[in-house]
Design a protein around this ligand. Structure first.
Ligand code: NAG
Ligand code: NAG
Ligand code: NAG
Ligand code: NAG
Ligand code: NAG
Ligand code: NAG
Length: 503
């Protein structure tokens, strides 16, 4: 997701006929997560394939994605002298497996620059063009090997529209003599206010003033810059042909990798006028270079990795025409959506009113309902692979010196919202014409808490939020009720499939 563009909430017409669903059972289920059936490890050849609006494994069983975003996996799993935290990685993987999670969306690319850059993961997998940090690659090997043991498959995100991993803008810069570019508003960990005590503990603030549109337009030159595309293709080739140093599997022959994803949130060409009730939609533009790029890159991936699936990483906020255009190339196997109510100014995390939450839920109903219908219309399933909501942060009193994103705030709104939006995907999955195949909240922070954060020697703190955003904003912590909601989803889907015998 990306940071909101302005602090003011858009005025949104709220239909009074809201689609309220009941809050989840208030009390968390008491049966321990550890009583769950041990998941079956992923066999190297148990590839997932698309069958009309469903996913199936090699035994033709329906495969629903109980997912989670865990973008930092390769860095966390790396050796400690490369900034990793192997013990934390194993602990968090076990926690997620116990919650029934069978799919992780992780990064499989991050780029460095000739001079140190702010707001970005460090160390990167690819510090300079074609040069790889083997320790981070081994981290990625460990992610896949440990995931396979726990019955988890991966979406491997190869590139990024946003600044936190380097991404499009870095490739364009590399391809153009390392030219510099401006960053959009990003979290500056060293800016005031600083937490008392030793430096490197937070808090920080947003200080950068570049524009999102300028930054996105710079990165989008990757769609038409032949030299940048050549570098990106070389990266794709490199990762797909990697042999895992832990379990010996060739990445392209490892069913743990369900999907190669082109990029995190590739954006269309900027448009002057945004349309629709939420001012998010774009007018159709058949000559948008994004479309041809998706076709070329997905065709290239398919030629190298014919057994695995391909997705775009598209958010889908730009409306029906764009969503269908982006997902129509034949080598794009299923659709994606990301739903960001605060970033899109539908929800305000500092507003405790019921109406604010209702607005967010209504938006989600429309957004997920649209994508379910569009998926059916183009004959491809859809993965809700990113969504999040802040904690009840109006409870954190900044005037009194508290951190705006402190973990002490409750998750009342977030829990109700998560139950609602996950419920929408599950209901869609249970309908013959519904196209949803799973959900993945953003993002697992696990044992991280802002109150205990400390930058490591690379300046990283590894919250669930990437380094360009406020740490603690969208984290799912290991003690959060969100994990119970995720697990209830898995149980509900499992018993539904069992009751049908075939789905
Ligand atoms: C750009 O920087 C990279 C290191 O990040 C270096 O390998 C490359 O040679 C530089 N390119 C130019 C044109 O200076
Ligand atoms: C971050 O904030 C510090 C302290 O205000 C400032 O010196 C530094 O230039 C900022 N960094 C960036 C990249 O804006
Ligand atoms: C963070 O920055 C914004 C403007 O950039 C300012 O309004 C706000 O007061 C700052 N927050 C703190 C806690 O200093
Ligand atoms: C809170 O949100 C509701 C619903 O959008 C709105 O009517 C109300 O004015 C907001 N309150 C504040 C203080 O922004
Ligand atoms: C859903 O799709 C309809 C028809 O394209 C559009 O009018 C509406 O704004 C969409 N809603 C959302 C939240 O995307
Ligand atoms: C926040 O803290 C300030 C300063 O301590 C206090 O005046 C104010 O009443 C507090 N606000 C709330 C909502 O508790």
């Amino acid at each position: 997701m990306r940071l909101l563009e302005s602090a003011s909430l858009a005025t949104v017409a709220v239909s009074l006929a809201s689609l309220l669903t009941a809050v989840p059972a208030a009390a968390a289920p008491t049966d321990a997560l550890s009583t769950r059936r041990t998941p079956t490890p992923v066999a190297a050849h148990d590839f997932i394939r698309v069958d009309k609006l469903r996913l199936r494994d090699s035994l033709h069983n329906s495969h629903y994605l109980t997912g989670m975003n865990y973008w930092a996996c390769m860095n966390l799993a790396a050796d400690s002298d490369a900034g990793g935290s192997y013990h934390r990685f194993i602990q968090e993987l076990d926690q997620m497996a116990a919650a029934g999670i069978n799919h992780l969306r992780i990064m499989s690319g991050s780029e460095g620059a000739p001079t140190p850059q702010p707001f970005r993961v460090d160390p990167p997998l690819q510090p300079s063009p074609g040069v790889y940090n083997e320790k981070i690659f081994v981290g990625l090997d460990r992610c896949l090997a440990e995931m396979a043991k726990r019955g988890m498959r991966a979406t491997m995100t190869l590139n990024d529209q946003w600044q936190w991993s380097g991404g499009f803008a870095q490739y364009v810069s590399w391809a153009n003599g390392n030219e510099t570019y401006d960053y959009p508003p990003s979290w500056n960990f060293t800016a005031a206010p600083q937490r008392g005590g030793a430096p490197g503990r937070g808090w920080g603030n947003y200080t950068t003033t570049g524009s999102f549109n300028d930054y996105a337009a710079y990165g989008n030159r990757i769609y038409t810059d032949a030299a940048a595309e050549k570098m990106f293709k070389a990266h794709i080739y490199k990762v797909i042909h990697r042999r895992n140093t832990v379990n010996g599997r060739l990445y392209k022959e490892d069913a743990t990798i369900m999907t190669w994803q082109l990029a995190n949130e590739p954006q269309p060409a900027n448009q002057a006028n945004l349309l629709g009730p939420y001012k998010l939609q774009y007018a159709p533009n058949p000559s948008d270079p994004l479309l041809a790029w998706i076709d070329r890159i997905s065709t290239y991936i398919r030629s190298l990795a014919p057994h695995q699936l391909i997705s775009t990483g598209f958010e889908g906020k730009q409306g029906e025409w764009y969503w269908k255009a982006v997902h129509s190339p034949k080598n794009v196997d299923y659709g994606t959506i990301h739903c960001w109510v605060q970033n899109w100014e539908v929800y305000d995390m500092l507003n405790s009113s019921r109406a604010n939450l209702v607005q967010a839920k209504e938006f989600a109903s429309e957004f997920v309902g649209n994508a379910s219908r569009w998926g059916h219309q183009i004959g491809k399933p859809v993965f809700l692979e990113e969504f999040g909501m802040a904690r009840d942060n109006w409870q954190n009193n900044v005037t009194a010196g508290q951190y705006q994103y402190a973990s002490k705030a409750t998750t009342r709104n977030k829990d109700e919202y998560f139950s609602h939006i996950i419920g929408l995907a599950v209901k869609s999955f249970m309908r013959t014409t519904g196209s949803f195949i799973g959900t993945a909240p953003w993002a697992y922070g696990g044992i991280y808490r802002p109150e205990k954060q400390r930058q490591n020697e690379f300046g990283m703190w590894w919250a669930g939020d990437p380094p360009h955003e406020a740490p603690g904003w969208y984290d799912v912590y290991d003690s959060d009720y969100a994990l119970q909601i995720v697990r209830q989803q898995k149980d509900k889907v499992d018993s539904f499939i069992a009751s049908k015998g075939w789905w």
